[in-house]
Ligand binder design. Structure first.
Ligand code: ARG
Length: 253
């Protein structure tokens, strides 16, 4: 009899174990980090021609951060103008998309510590001798991506001559087709488009004032300090530098 009771008990225990009774801690695996981006911004986030996969500095950086947080990174590619609203609504946990830290944006979302020093630049077709400095853009058609700091700058400089596009491919297409005279876009991205796509274009004059990129989270998100901590650790360990060199070589930071 005693034997049977013991047997029954052990069977029960085994069943219980298999079903995970009593354990609130079912093994869920790492939690998912939903990341929003806009992938026409090489070398920060982009697709190689014909490939579905996303590449870039931001993609490597957020994967490294995800690892530190023990979370599985899931990236969603969307329009640039949809990124901040998505983070505000909670459709994504964060956005990494070369987003410049600005006081206006900081009013509506959290932004991490700066993770990349950048700045805008003017791009013109080779042979265009009319444009050397920002003031030369007055009254000329300029292409930009919607809702970017480049758009804001172009509006100030040209008045109503700005042509805003959803993607940066369209922005550079407009320059190629000469429906605009110039593009305003972040300098590392301008360099990439000119070199890698062999555009007949050049960066005109000096860049504008420096801008710094930050990772965007919902306002007062508990995630923000964790991202900053992970970033600091990656900088400390040299992992950040490795990612930097992979995409920018030994260019100065
Ligand atoms: N740095 C600029 C901004 O914050 C442009 C960012 C564009 N990013 C992108 N993934 N398309 O407005």
């Amino acid at each position: 009899m005693k034997k049977y009771v013991l047997l029954l008990l052990s069977i029960l225990m085994m069943l219980c174990f298999a079903a995970g009774c009593g354990g609130e801690k079912k093994d869920e695996g790492p939690k998912v980090l939903k990341v929003g981006t806009e992938a026409t911004f090489p070398p920060f986030e982009f697709r190689e021609k014909g490939s579905k996969e996303l590449h870039g500095f931001d993609i490597d950086l957020i994967n490294a951060i995800g690892k530190k947080l023990d979370m599985k990174v899931e990236i969603l590619d969307m329009d640039f103008e949809a990124l901040l609203p998505s983070v505000k609504r909670g459709n994504v946990n964060l956005v990494i998309a070369g987003v410049t830290i600005t006081p206006e944006r900081q009013k509506v979302v959290d932004m991490s510590d700066p993770y990349f020093q950048s700045g805008l630049s003017i791009v013109v077709n080779k042979g265009n001798t009319a444009i050397h400095k920002p003031e030369d853009l007055k009254g000329r058609a300029v292409a930009v991506q919607i809702e970017t700091t480049g758009e804001e700058k172009a509006k100030k400089l040209t008045g109503d001559k700005v042509k805003s596009f959803k993607t940066n491919e369209e922005v550079f297409q407009a320059l190629k087709e000469k429906t605009v005279e110039a593009v305003i876009i972040d300098k590392p991205v301008a360099r990439y488009y000119i070199k890698k796509l062999a555009l007949d274009a050049v960066i005109a004059g000096d860049s504008f004032e420096p801008e710094a990129y930050g990772i965007v989270t919902r306002r007062h998100a508990e995630l923000t300090p964790r991202i900053n901590k992970a970033l600091a650790e990656l900088k400390q360990s040299g992992e950040y530098d490795k990612i930097y060199e992979k995409w920018f070589g030994k260019e100065t930071k």
